[in-house]
Design a binder for this molecule. Sequence first.
Ligand code: GDP
Ligand code: MG
Length: 439
Amino acid sequence: LGRRINAAVSDLTRSSNLDEKAFDGMIKEICAALLEADVNVKLVGNLRKSIKQTVNFKELAPGVNKKRLIQKAVFDELVKLVDPHAEPFKPKKGRSNVIMFVGLQGAGKTTTCTKLARHYQSRGFRSCLVCADTFRAGAFDQLKQNATKAKIPYYGSLTQTDPSIVAREGVEQFKKERFEVIIVDTSGRHRQEQDLFDEMVQIQRAVTPDQTIMVLDASIGQQAEAQSKAFKETADFGAIIITKTDGNASGGGAISAVAATHTPIVFIGTGEHMLDLERFSPQPFVSKLLGMGDMQGLVEHVQSLKLDQKDTMKHIAEGIFTVRDLRDQLSNIMKMGPLSKMAGMIPGLSQMMSGMDDEEGGMKLRRMIYICDSMTIKELDSDGKIFVQQPTRMTRIAHGSGTSVREVEDLLTQHRMMAGMAKKMKGNMANMQRAQGAM
Ligand code: GDP
Ligand code: MG
């Protein structure tokens, strides 16, 4: 997919007269590539509209790298699509949280159940597994083996054939034993689809889960929309886990499922092993989908096109320093490299980066820029007080950018310091010139 999109954009940049017709043709080609990657037809239609709105061809200044601008627009739109902008379900300590898994046979439910139980176990929740798959011979054995390996207590039955009875018994027993995370694995196949859906509803009634999670194989194609909608209507899941993202699948179907059900992806499976479970993060996911290895380079380049140094200088002259000003400065340093020298020029940053080599420092900077990119326009253009008034914003941003609340706090500390300096420098042109040299 990435190759096709890149080819489409290259054609445009190569053609001698870069007219609007060529631009339209390229958007068409990009959309065809997205369709081929199993992104839903309707979504692609919307995407096309918003790209045309974002990239106003006529207004692009000569010399602006249109190729990168357009790629960035595609990237941004896809990120917007998969970014849930919502906090994932968090089990509560000291009570029983029941999580039920649904999904088709082979999606990766049984494997992922154990991964998730282990995930919570390692975070201090007493976790356990209930096997409510009585349809497939060997299902209980598989769960037992996984659970034993991960040292997770489990419940199941070799004789009881009614899955909702097994589920209820298992959950009741574990609740009595005060387990905190009880994960119920279910079957994914039946002779009739309706039987599977009936069974899901019965199990759901039997255990009244706090959260139902649908497991989806990354390789699911155009049927993603219909399938996830059917599951949503029956089992009303509140979260999605995408498995097998380590494979060749582009994951376009996953995006369609999110858009069709308005349900966030919470984790992704990245391999067959117990530890191969990662929190979902929109940017890397879309980078992979588009085959854009150097997405960050792209983001920075585009930023440099838009970057208005004068804005920051004007701000400083007025004693203002917004979070966006900080973001622009970070992005400037990234372009200037070698980092160890550059970072030293920004007060406070050198301290933060001491002991890091250029690569680690670059990673740190990139993460800071990710954080800024997960902020709303209002937050970026603010003086930072908004985060003190509403600290939950930091949690949302940490989640959206795939970083930690601690890192968001660090960035805001950095910002506060620079804002303080800007205030002191207010109106002092001499200092301003010196600052310009330094930033
Ligand atoms: P279920 O039928 O939904 O319970 O699916 P299973 O948990 O039995 O998984 C089906 C197959 O997918 C197994 O061979 C798993 O090892 C494999 N699998 C599950 N998750 C992942 C993943 O994230 N990556 C890879 N490579 N394989 C996975
Ligand atoms: Mg299974």
